[in-house]
Each structure stands twice: as structure tokens, then as C-alpha cells.
Design a protein around this ligand. Structure first.
Ligand code: AMP
Ligand code: MG
Length: 323
């Protein structure tokens, strides 16, 4: 059931469900999350069951304030506080050493925990009132596309779930994950918070981590895949090949405006600005999936650093690795 996330009665119902160990879907600025009280192992187990997510994949715990950081993490390094001060609430997840009491299922048995303060007014209000930690992976079946609207959640997980509708997600792709749990800081998953922004705050260069030993479901190919067969093509290839494609079953995602075939029925034209493109990308993929496209052809966006996270998600949607 979809309810307005800003209604006090909806928030109260969500808190009651979380408190008794049940699930609720919540809006965040990245994607919608499937939330459970992270302190209750039985509640967290329901997330894995509903999503059909392997229990070896750890979850991000969402908190409502910096004051809660030390409830969940220990030996927090100074630079993690600097990142938190600069970017929380926001689309940044920090990997830190976990507090001993944290249930094993949350961290998949690892000694580290992923923490984030989301920047969504309704989510923040809920988290502050709940005053605990909420484990919340994306509210979709495992390997499916992340939801950026309440309707996407209902489509994937059904209408029995209480879904707080906080409007379309404004960032639109998953958070940047930064590992601060060892001496060296590294980015485990790119997001709209870029390596440059992180490096500037820390006054040191921060790199993407290629082959991590830490288990990350987001690192599996096809993790963010639409149902349709998704292919990435250059503008030139699209412009020359579109005419031989079956327009009834082919969807297109473009960002440039001068494409002659843009009158084809199933075209989602996104912004040429990376933040706006990211915000709308999953919505466009969901939309083309719902139009039952057999294949989705995506015009490759520019390869500048501002597009890095978008590229990573597009490559995952296409089942490719980003070389
Ligand atoms: P999702 O919630 O599906 O977007 O995925 C959460 C992301 O955070 C995944 O890539 C997880 O593997 C990652 N993550 C969660 N907990 C940890 C942890 N303790 N160490 C490393 N990565 C983690
Ligand atoms: Mg996910």
C-alpha cells in the first residue's frame, strides 16, 4: 500500500512496523529502500527473504544523526568524521569498523559496517523519530533495477508492503560507498558524490578500488539490470543502425537532441547534464521495461569524470564490466 510519506499517521505506522520487526519501504534521495530495524536479526532476515537477496550481501544501515554514529561503529577515523561533516545527510555510505553488538546478518559476518544518513526530509524525520538504525537495501527483488518511485517498489515487491511515497528520488542512483575501515580510503562503489569532491575534502587523492575482497552485491554484473536486453551504443552507431531495428520492440535512451530517429515510439530522452541524467535513468529503464521492450539501446553518454557513476550503472545494466 502506497501512502504519503509526509503524513504523520503514515510515519507513525511505519515506526510501529519497524519497532515490531516488520518491513516498510522508505524514500531516500538515492533510491527507495526496504527498511527493517537493524538491531533485530529477525527483522533483517525478512529483508533478505522478501528481496531474495543472498545473505552473504551486507546491508547499509541508515541513521538519522551524527550522534548515532558511535552506536554502530567503533574506532571511527578522523577523516571519516570530516567526510560525514561535509556530505551527510547525503548520497555517501561510509564503511567503518562495526560495534561488537551489531547483528551478524546486517554485515554478512564481516567486521565492518556500512552507514549512511540519507538526505530526504521524510526519511530523516522517520529516522530521527525511530531513533535507531534502519537496514535498507534498495526496495526491489535481487538483481532487478532499483526503484526511484513508490510505484516501482509496488511493482517489484507487491502492494501488501507499506510504501512511504516521498516523491521521485532526486539523486536516482545508489550512494557512493567509501571504505574508511582500514588505513587507506578508497571508493568501493561510484556515485554522484565524486572522487574529486571526496579528495577535495580530505586533501588527498582517493581512488576507486578495482578488485575488492569485501563482498558487494553491487559489484556483480547485471545487478542493476532491466528485464530487457540492454546494449550501449555510440551516437554514431545508433544513428546508422536504428533504421534496421524493430521499433515495436526496441526502446531507446538518448541524451542528445539532434537524433533523427527520436520520433520512434519508445524513446526516453534524458538530460545532457549528468546529475539530471542519473536522476532519471532508472525511471527511463523501468518505463521501457513496462512497455515490454525486448531490447533497450542506450546512447553512450560522454566519458568525462562527471559521468563516471552513470557509466558504471549503464555497464551493469548491460551486463558489462567497466574496464
Ligand atoms: P545496496 O543496499 O543493495 O545498494 O548495497 C549495499 C552496498 O553496500 C553493497 O554494495 C554492499 O556490499 C555494501 N556494503 C554493505 N555493508 C558493507 C560492508 N560491511 N563492507 C563493505 N561493503 C558493504
Ligand atoms: Mg540494490
Amino acid at each position: 500500500m502506497i501512502v504519503d510519506a509526509y503524513l504523520p499517521a503514515a510515519q507513525a505506522q511505519a515506526i510501529a512496523l519497524l519497532t515490531r520487526g516488520d518491513l516498510v519501504a522508505i524514500p531516500t534521495e538515492t533510491v527507495y529502500g526496504l527498511a527493517a530495524d537493524a538491531s533485530q536479526a529477525t527483522a533483517v532476515a525478512k529483508i533478505f527473504a522478501l528481496k531474495q537477496r543472498p545473505t552473504s550481501n551486507p546491508l547499509i544501515v541508515h541513521i538519522g544523526s551524527m550522534a548515532q554514529l558511535n552506536d554502530w561503529a567503533v574506532h571511527v577515523p578522523h577523516l571519516a568524521y570530516r567526510l560525514a561533516a561535509a556530505f551527510w545527510p547525503g548520497p555517501m555510505t561510509l564503511i567503518l569498523k562495526k560495534a561488537p553488538w551489531v547483528p551478524r546478518c546486517v554485515t554478512a559476518g564481516q567486521e565492518t559496517i556500512a552507514l549512511r544518513i540519507p538526505n530526504h526530509p521524510a526519511a530523516l524525520a522517520l529516522l530521527k523519530q525511530f531513533n535507531g538504525g534502519v537496514a535498507a537495501p534498495s526496495a526491489n527483488l535481487y538483481t532487478q533495477l532499483s526503484p526511484t518511485t513508490a510505484q516501482h517498489v509496488e511493482h517489484s515487491l507487491g502492494s501488501e508492503l507499506l510504501i512511504l511515497d516521498g516523491g521521485p528520488a532526486q539523486i536516482g542512483i545508489e550512494s557512493t560507498i567509501i571504505d574508511c575501515s582500514s588505513g587507506e580510503v578508497s571508493i568501493l562503489r561510484p556515485g554522484m558524490l565524486s572522487a574529486e569532491m571526496i579528495s577535495t575534502v580530505l586533501g588527498q587523492r582517493v581512488n576507486y578500488h578495482a578488485a575488492s575482497e569485501i563482498k558487494r552485491p553491487g559489484s556483480h554484473y547485471l545487478h542493476y539490470a532491466p528485464q530487457a536486453d540492454c546494449q550501449l551504443l555510440t551516437h554514431e552507431r545508433l544513428a546508422t543502425e536504428w533504421s534496421v531495428m524493430d521499433l515495436a520492440t526496441t526502446g531507446f535512451i538518448t541524451y542528445s537532441c539532434d537524433i533523427a530517429w527520436s520520433s520512434a515510439a519508445k524513446v526516453q530522452r534524458l538530460s545532457s547534464h549528468p546529475a539530471e541524467y542519473a536522476r532519471d535513468l532508472y525511471r527511463a529503464l523501468h518505463h521501457l521495461d513496462q512497455q515490454r521492450c525486448a531490447r533497450i539501446l542506450v546512447e553512450l553518454p560522454p566519458t568525462t569524470v562527471a559521468w563516471y557513476a552513470v557509466h558504471e550503472r549503464l555497464h551493469k545494466a548491460a551486463g558489462l564490466s567497466l574496464g
